[in-house]
Ligand binder design. Structure first.
Ligand code: PEP
Length: 252
């Protein structure tokens, strides 16, 4: 019912030439993957080139961030939603923990970015997740619940139906320390219950909730076998065509 999504976040890696080489290698490796949606988030300078190279393939593209602004104007350094669509994006990652912790993206800012993305018809992938300190204090559900309350504030049902949630425990991102399938499932169930309470069961059932945090070819199948895990948001293992293709073609 919920089509899985395997999304790769290239972060601030790869020059344009490296991006093209990766997409060229990836295309044939995932050409038969019809049971999952494939999304790649290159750095801004590569998006147009790789999206053009991937035209006609089953690979979709995301930006790693979006401006809160929706009108063109004097906003040095910002990139707004229609510019992202113009270069081939269909999705955008919003509120990644690196943006929350290093670039001041509070949940209020994340909420404005969600509205900006939805305004332009981009599918937002909104990231939430607790730090290790918060988990050790037993506060993971409080923290994620608050992030959801604030980040998704004011969204309509129709807007939620166009949105994707990524649960990314901060302690598992880029650390090689993955949440166990049971730990991830517990939080995904919590998020689905939150969606049911804030919206309704139909929205809760329809929303894809991705797991992110050191997903690799050898742990993806176990994670994906959990009932509330609908895909993966992947950093490190998305940088090489072979490993990302293994994630896309995981054993069901
Ligand atoms: C991420 O960047 O969202 C991520 C989960 O990274 P990694 O897979 O490297 O942990």
């Amino acid at each position: 019912m919920r089509k899985p999504i395997i999304a790769g976040n290239w972060k601030m890696f790869k020059l344009v030439g490296d991006s093209v080489a990766m997409i060229t290698a990836l295309k044939p490796l995932v050409a038969n993957a019809s049971q999952v949606e494939i999304v790649i988030a290159p750095p801004y300078p590569s998006i147009k080139t790789v999206a053009d190279r991937a035209e006609g393939s089953n690979i979709q593209f995301a930006a790693q961030d979006i401006s809160t602004e929706i009108k063109h104007g004097a906003h040095t350094g910002e990139v707004c939603g229609d510019m992202l669509k113009d270069v081939g994006c269909t999705h955008v990652i919003i509120g990644h923990s690196e943006r929350r912790s290093m670039y001041g993206d509070t949940s209020q800012v994340v909420n404005r970015k969600m509205r900006a993305a939805l305004n332009f018809g981009l599918a937002p992938i909104v990231c939430v997740g607790e730090t290790l300190e918060e988990r050790d204090a037993g506060r993971e559900q409080d923290v994620v619940g608050n992030q959801l309350d604030e980040s998704l504030s004011g969204l309509t049902r129709e807007e939620m139906l166009r949105s994707i949630v990524a649960y990314e425990p901060v302690w598992a991102i880029g650390t090689g320390r993955t949440a166990t399938p049971a730990q991830a499932q517990e939080m995904h169930r919590f998020i689905r219950q939150w969606l049911s309470a804030r919206f309704d069961n139909q929205i809760a059932d329809a929303t894809r909730i991705l797991y992110g945090g050191s997903v690799k070819p050898d742990n993806v199948s176990d994670l994906m076998s959990e009932p509330d895990i609908d895909g993966a948001l992947v950093g490190g293992a998305s940088l090489e065509a072979e490993s990302f293709a293994k994630l896309v073609n995981y054993n069901r």
